[in-house]
Design a protein around this ligand. Structure first.
Ligand code: DLZ
Length: 178
Protein backbone atom coordinates (compact mmCIF):
# COMPACT_ATOMS: atom_id res chain seq x y z
CA UNK A 1 0.00 0.00 0.00
CA UNK A 2 1.38 3.40 -0.96
CA UNK A 3 1.04 4.95 2.50
CA UNK A 4 3.05 2.10 4.01
CA UNK A 5 5.95 3.05 1.76
CA UNK A 6 5.73 6.82 1.83
CA UNK A 7 5.55 8.73 5.07
CA UNK A 8 6.78 12.25 4.54
CA UNK A 9 6.22 13.00 8.21
CA UNK A 10 9.14 10.68 9.00
CA UNK A 11 11.63 13.09 7.51
CA UNK A 12 15.26 13.78 8.15
CA UNK A 13 15.36 17.35 9.54
CA UNK A 14 19.02 17.68 8.47
CA UNK A 15 18.09 17.00 4.86
CA UNK A 16 15.20 19.49 4.87
CA UNK A 17 15.78 23.03 3.58
CA UNK A 18 15.62 25.51 6.45
CA UNK A 19 12.50 27.60 6.85
CA UNK A 20 14.50 30.59 8.10
CA UNK A 21 13.35 33.81 6.46
CA UNK A 22 10.37 32.17 4.74
CA UNK A 23 6.83 33.58 4.78
CA UNK A 24 4.21 30.85 4.75
CA UNK A 25 0.40 30.94 4.59
CA UNK A 26 -1.63 28.19 6.24
CA UNK A 27 -5.33 27.86 5.42
CA UNK A 28 -7.44 25.47 7.49
CA UNK A 29 -11.00 24.36 6.72
CA UNK A 30 -13.37 24.19 9.69
CA UNK A 31 -15.46 21.25 8.50
CA UNK A 32 -14.42 18.17 10.52
CA UNK A 33 -12.72 20.58 12.85
CA UNK A 34 -11.27 18.07 15.29
CA UNK A 35 -9.29 16.54 12.44
CA UNK A 36 -8.31 19.74 10.65
CA UNK A 37 -7.09 21.44 13.81
CA UNK A 38 -4.85 18.43 14.46
CA UNK A 39 -3.49 18.83 10.92
CA UNK A 40 -2.95 22.54 11.47
CA UNK A 41 -1.19 22.13 14.81
CA UNK A 42 1.21 19.56 13.35
CA UNK A 43 1.82 21.76 10.31
CA UNK A 44 2.63 24.84 12.42
CA UNK A 45 4.82 22.83 14.76
CA UNK A 46 6.79 21.45 11.81
CA UNK A 47 7.21 24.82 10.14
CA UNK A 48 8.35 26.51 13.35
CA UNK A 49 10.51 23.52 14.30
CA UNK A 50 12.34 23.92 11.00
CA UNK A 51 13.10 27.59 11.30
CA UNK A 52 10.02 29.48 10.08
CA UNK A 53 9.42 32.41 12.44
CA UNK A 54 5.96 32.32 14.04
CA UNK A 55 5.43 35.94 12.99
CA UNK A 56 6.09 34.98 9.37
CA UNK A 57 3.20 32.52 9.29
CA UNK A 58 -0.21 33.84 8.23
CA UNK A 59 -2.80 31.32 9.44
CA UNK A 60 -6.45 31.72 8.46
CA UNK A 61 -9.55 29.56 8.66
CA UNK A 62 -12.32 29.02 6.11
CA UNK A 63 -15.72 27.35 6.50
CA UNK A 64 -15.03 24.23 4.41
CA UNK A 65 -12.51 22.68 2.06
CA UNK A 66 -14.31 24.11 -0.96
CA UNK A 67 -13.18 27.57 0.21
CA UNK A 68 -9.47 26.61 0.39
CA UNK A 69 -8.56 27.74 -3.16
CA UNK A 70 -10.15 31.17 -2.86
CA UNK A 71 -8.54 31.83 0.53
CA UNK A 72 -5.19 30.67 -0.83
CA UNK A 73 -5.65 33.03 -3.76
CA UNK A 74 -6.35 35.93 -1.36
CA UNK A 75 -3.21 35.14 0.61
CA UNK A 76 -1.10 35.02 -2.54
CA UNK A 77 -2.62 38.27 -3.74
CA UNK A 78 -2.44 40.30 -0.51
CA UNK A 79 0.54 38.82 1.30
CA UNK A 80 4.00 38.20 -0.06
CA UNK A 81 4.37 34.49 0.59
CA UNK A 82 6.86 31.79 -0.33
CA UNK A 83 4.26 29.00 -0.06
CA UNK A 84 0.69 28.34 1.01
CA UNK A 85 -0.37 25.16 2.79
CA UNK A 86 -4.05 24.20 2.56
CA UNK A 87 -5.51 21.80 5.11
CA UNK A 88 -8.91 20.15 5.08
CA UNK A 89 -10.78 16.93 5.59
CA UNK A 90 -13.51 15.70 3.25
CA UNK A 91 -15.28 12.58 4.47
CA UNK A 92 -17.39 10.52 2.09
CA UNK A 93 -21.09 10.64 2.93
CA UNK A 94 -24.33 9.40 1.44
CA UNK A 95 -24.12 11.76 -1.51
CA UNK A 96 -21.36 12.55 -4.00
CA UNK A 97 -20.50 15.90 -2.39
CA UNK A 98 -17.02 14.64 -1.61
CA UNK A 99 -16.20 14.05 -5.27
CA UNK A 100 -17.27 17.54 -6.28
CA UNK A 101 -15.37 19.17 -3.43
CA UNK A 102 -12.23 17.08 -3.88
CA UNK A 103 -11.98 17.65 -7.62
CA UNK A 104 -12.67 21.37 -7.33
CA UNK A 105 -10.13 21.84 -4.55
CA UNK A 106 -7.41 19.76 -6.18
CA UNK A 107 -7.86 21.56 -9.50
CA UNK A 108 -8.17 24.98 -7.87
CA UNK A 109 -4.99 24.58 -5.83
CA UNK A 110 -3.07 23.18 -8.79
CA UNK A 111 -4.11 26.12 -10.97
CA UNK A 112 -3.17 28.64 -8.29
CA UNK A 113 0.31 27.23 -7.78
CA UNK A 114 1.00 27.35 -11.49
CA UNK A 115 -0.56 30.79 -11.93
CA UNK A 116 1.47 32.39 -9.14
CA UNK A 117 4.62 30.30 -9.53
CA UNK A 118 4.44 29.65 -5.79
CA UNK A 119 4.14 26.26 -4.10
CA UNK A 120 0.54 25.63 -3.01
CA UNK A 121 0.30 22.46 -0.97
CA UNK A 122 -2.68 20.07 -1.00
CA UNK A 123 -3.05 18.91 2.60
CA UNK A 124 -6.61 17.65 2.30
CA UNK A 125 -7.64 14.27 3.66
CA UNK A 126 -10.15 12.56 1.37
CA UNK A 127 -11.36 9.60 3.38
CA UNK A 128 -14.14 7.03 3.50
CA UNK A 129 -14.87 7.67 7.17
CA UNK A 130 -13.77 9.47 10.31
CA UNK A 131 -11.55 6.61 11.49
CA UNK A 132 -9.43 6.86 8.34
CA UNK A 133 -9.15 10.60 8.89
CA UNK A 134 -8.04 10.12 12.51
CA UNK A 135 -5.41 7.64 11.36
CA UNK A 136 -3.93 10.40 9.18
CA UNK A 137 -4.23 13.27 11.64
CA UNK A 138 -1.84 12.01 14.27
CA UNK A 139 -2.81 8.32 14.25
CA UNK A 140 -1.26 5.20 12.80
CA UNK A 141 -0.63 6.77 9.39
CA UNK A 142 1.14 9.82 10.79
CA UNK A 143 -0.01 13.37 10.35
CA UNK A 144 -0.75 14.86 6.94
CA UNK A 145 -0.25 18.34 8.43
CA UNK A 146 3.40 17.53 9.07
CA UNK A 147 3.70 16.09 5.57
CA UNK A 148 2.19 19.24 4.09
CA UNK A 149 4.67 21.45 5.98
CA UNK A 150 7.61 19.27 4.90
CA UNK A 151 6.38 19.42 1.31
CA UNK A 152 6.16 23.22 1.46
CA UNK A 153 9.73 23.55 2.74
CA UNK A 154 11.02 21.12 0.12
CA UNK A 155 9.23 22.87 -2.73
CA UNK A 156 10.46 26.33 -1.70
CA UNK A 157 13.97 24.84 -1.38
CA UNK A 158 13.69 23.36 -4.88
CA UNK A 159 12.43 26.63 -6.31
CA UNK A 160 15.30 28.58 -4.75
CA UNK A 161 17.85 26.04 -5.86
CA UNK A 162 16.65 26.11 -9.47
CA UNK A 163 16.38 29.90 -9.51
CA UNK A 164 19.93 30.23 -8.14
CA UNK A 165 21.27 27.71 -10.64
CA UNK A 166 19.43 29.25 -13.58
CA UNK A 167 21.75 30.20 -16.44
CA UNK A 168 22.08 33.96 -16.78
CA UNK A 169 20.20 35.59 -19.66
CA UNK A 170 23.37 36.32 -21.57
CA UNK A 171 24.73 32.80 -21.09
CA UNK A 172 21.41 31.36 -22.19
CA UNK A 173 21.28 33.50 -25.30
CA UNK A 174 24.94 32.75 -26.04
CA UNK A 175 24.36 29.03 -26.10
CA UNK A 176 20.75 28.91 -27.24
CA UNK A 177 19.39 28.88 -30.79
CA UNK A 178 19.26 32.29 -32.46
C1 DLZ B 1 -21.06 20.82 2.52
C2 DLZ B 1 -19.88 20.04 2.97
C3 DLZ B 1 -19.99 18.66 3.18
C4 DLZ B 1 -21.27 17.92 3.00
N1 DLZ B 1 -18.94 17.94 3.62
C5 DLZ B 1 -17.76 18.56 3.80
C6 DLZ B 1 -16.63 17.82 4.23
O1 DLZ B 1 -16.65 16.61 4.47
N2 DLZ B 1 -15.45 18.50 4.39
C7 DLZ B 1 -15.33 19.84 4.13
O2 DLZ B 1 -14.23 20.38 4.28
N3 DLZ B 1 -16.40 20.55 3.74
C8 DLZ B 1 -17.59 19.96 3.58
N4 DLZ B 1 -18.68 20.68 3.19
C9 DLZ B 1 -18.56 22.16 3.10
C10 DLZ B 1 -17.99 22.66 1.76
O3 DLZ B 1 -16.59 22.47 1.70
C11 DLZ B 1 -18.27 24.19 1.64
O4 DLZ B 1 -17.81 24.85 2.79
C12 DLZ B 1 -19.74 24.51 1.47
O5 DLZ B 1 -20.28 23.77 0.40
C13 DLZ B 1 -19.94 26.02 1.19
O6 DLZ B 1 -19.28 26.41 -0.02
Amino acid sequence: MATALQHLDQYDPDALPSGEGLRIGVVTAEWNRKITLALRDACLQTLIGNGVAEASITAVQVPGSFELPSAAQMLLEYRELDAVVCLGCVIKGETRHDEYINHAVAQGLTDLGLQYGTPVIFGVLTTEDEAQAEDRAGGKHGNKGTEAAVTALRMVGLQRHLAAAAPSESAASDSGPS
